[in-house]
Design a protein around this ligand. Sequence first.
Ligand SMILES: [Zn+2]
Ligand SMILES: [Zn+2]
Length: 335
Amino acid sequence: MKALVIDGPGRSRIAELPRPEPRADEVLIEVSRCGICGTDIHIYRGEYLGTYPITPGHEFSGTVVGKGSAVKGLAIGDRVAVEPNISCDSCPACLSNRQNFCENWSAVGVTLPGGMAEYVCAPEKAVFKIGMLPFASGAFVEPLSCVLHGVQKARPQLADNILVVGAGPIGLLLIKTLIATGASSITVADKNQGRLAFAKTEGGAIIHTMSSLDELPPDRYDLVVDATGAPSIMGRTIAWARPGGRILLFGVPPSGSSVSFDAFAIFRKGLEIMSSYTSVRNSIQAIRLMQSGQIDVSHLASHELPLEKFTQGIELIENGTPGVMKILMVPKAGE
Ligand SMILES: [Zn+2]
Ligand SMILES: [Zn+2]
């Protein structure tokens, strides 16, 4: 089979590898769509703990084409998406329903071969049927699951006034989810005008856009969500939250970076500050919200590229090219 292999920082190639054989508890999936995520870029740039060589890709969908002897709930031909974080289900974290902090964690596309290949294996317990959902939408099950986990931690209330800073693919998934929770207004801040225009189409009258952070009113928002991971912006969220408000730091900051907060303002305003790490059993929620039409991601994929164009895809993302949202890899020619 054809697979993308990253041999080390900045070195990727297309390889011809043997098609993997599913173990007893695994299924073999023919990959249809696999999103490029910041994590894949980190792996490519050498900024992530992982071992090389690795086939990346943890945001993918496809069809079950083989299964191990112990697989009961999935059949050949099932259309599926994968929850890439594989928990051991027996360590103290797993036994306390904190599978995202599993002490024996592994992940498809990070420590295990991923979805940027024609075929990939995954354990049955991590594979979810998507029914007739388009494969391109199925590739969003994983990022949407992470967003749902974060939004549930942030506990938005009906009619909240919410600020989302950063309108990339994750910012837009956050906006879509927050609309579904009954927000009365969502202000979206991003310096990229194209992204703001895109965000505006999401929720009509309740979406307000702002291209300069300096124009955001202080002490205003019930919930402030950072989707940039930029430490300088994370520190400013304190000012925008109303007294008694909540802040969700969702964007992934560079490892080793620090944030400077107005410590007295946190006390004086009685703020709740939260972060969110991956997801905990949110895949079924993500699939249901997409199947019901409550959250429609079909237009979030701006590009579909063959595996050969992985590095071009990364350049499109890193250059902030206008019109670039989520980029999906299509491993099989003619899909
Ligand atoms: Zn991801
Ligand atoms: Zn565990």
